[in-house]
Design a protein around this ligand. Structure first.
Ligand code: SR1
Ligand code: MG
Length: 396
């Protein structure tokens, strides 16, 4: 993959994106091209360019110099495009089957040109439609385990790890998570966004000292633990899926952080989808939580036993301690994500899309109770069954 600095930044239009694709020689001469801007995330432009005869396509993703979800009043670094293409390249060196191919990057234009994944569907959309994606958790468990192990001090040269961590220092995007996931939803801040009817529940949360203490401990971990290379925003909108394929996209939040963070984000978004479903249709989501953890623990343990570069790796009890701490942290991070997706700035369609107002408010109140218990009781959960138990106990 090439990263070049060719031109002065300007936001692309569909026409300019098409012209760029032609200039880069991504299509045969004279190909009849169609281009659509399809970005539905919070931050970037995404152009889908297709040769209408061969149906071959590419994606050109461009960072905007501000957060699209808020507008130009929230400036945001373009460097995130470099972080994203470097993260995709690093992921591809360990788990190429789980990421899109990157064809080209241009730092000045803040673009990444990559594989067209339109044969797949964004997992959040499919889950909302009731799909189950039988291999999703097998794949995400393996993705997270391999990335966590191979980018840690146990899976790579420890001097090289420090250099890699340096190249993924990502202060502005981390600050978004520090604010939007770990801080603002727990205080009366302007970024929060919730229905008036939820105010009493939200104010109770804002006045909860125990919740503040436990959330503060989780935020501290996020701020200080440079353990493994994380995706940094591993929700179900960052995953393309089908019944037999899974691709992780959008790693612009990538950085070196606590090993349980990606797992926690993923668990939370499965739970948010479960909250939006009728009771009898929730089982596949809990099974995904179970399998993600089981696959993660088994792949990570096998790599630790067979490929570790650290002298202490085989010290009896150490691996068990790492796995236990990872699980407890992931439960707590999941709680923060569930709460912020309910009352913070960036919501999820799983909950907001519940049409009937009373049902939507009930699901959101349930989410707040569940998130709180996940944070406060995280160290009491002995396994993924604990998610089912807390989910059931927080219904009312
Ligand atoms: C201002 S960005 C809001 C959210 O969108 C991204 O996908 C991250 O989840 C971030 O917290
Ligand atoms: Mg994203």
């Amino acid at each position: 993959m090439t990263i070049v600095q060719s031109s002065v930044y300007e936001p692309l239009t569909e026409q300019k994106a098409t012209a760029l694709a032609v200039r880069l020689g991504l299509f045969r001469d004279g190909a009849p091209l169609a281009c659509r801007e399809i970005g539905d995330g919070n931050l970037n432009l995404v152009f889908h360019i297709v040769d209408q005869e061969t149906k071959q396509g590419v994606i050109i993703k461009q960072a905007l110099p501000y957060a699209k979800v808020v507008g130009e009043s929230w400036p945001l670094t373009l460097k995130r495009a470099v972080i994203e293409s470097n993260a995709l390249r690093t992921f591809a060196s360990y788990v190429p089957q789980y990421v899109p191919k990157v064809y080209y990057s241009d730092e000045s234009l803040a673009i990444t040109v990559m594989e067209d994944l339109s044969r797949l569907q964004i997992a959040r959309k499919g889950l909302i439609e009731g799909k189950t994606y039988p291999l999703l958790s097998q794949h995400i468990g393996e993705f997270v385990a391999k990335m966590a192990f191979y980018t840690s001090d146990f899976g790579m040269n420890q001097q090289e790890k420090k250099k890699l961590a340096q190249s993924f220092v990502n202060p502005e995007l981390c600050k978004i998570t520090e604010d939007l996931v770990f801080t603002d939803p727990f205080f009366d801040r302007d970024t929060n966004n919730f229905e008036d009817e939820l105010r009493p529940d939200v104010e109770t949360l804002w006045g909860d000292d125990r919740l503040h203490l436990e959330t503060a401990k989780l935020k501290r971990k996020f701020l200080t633990e440079a353990d493994v290379l994380l995706h940094g925003d591993l929700h179900t909108g960052s995953i393309f899926a089908s019944d037999d394929e899974t691709k992780v996209i959008d790693p612009e939040f990538a950085f070196y952080g606590p090993i349980g963070f990606d797992l926690g984000q993923f668990f939370a978004n499965l739970l948010l989808n479960a909250l939006s479903r009728p009771e009898l249709e929730r089982q596949p989501l809990f099974e995904h939580v179970d399998r993600t953890w089981n696959v993660f623990a088994s792949v990570f343990s096998e790599l630790w036993r067979t490929e570790s570069v650290e002298t202490y790796a085989h010290t009896p009890g150490l691996l068990e301690d790492v796995l236990r701490q990872t699980f407890v942290d992931a439960v707590g991070f999941a709680g923060c994500e569930v709460i912020r997706r309910t009352i913070g700035l960036a919501h999820v369609a799983d909950l907001d899309g519940i049409e009937q107002k009373e049902a939507r408010l009930a699901a959101k109140r349930h989410a707040l109770r569940l998130g709180r218990r996940l944070i406060i009781e995280r160290a009491e959960l002995t396994g993924t069954d604990g998610f089912r138990r807390l989910f059931a106990e927080t219904k009312q």
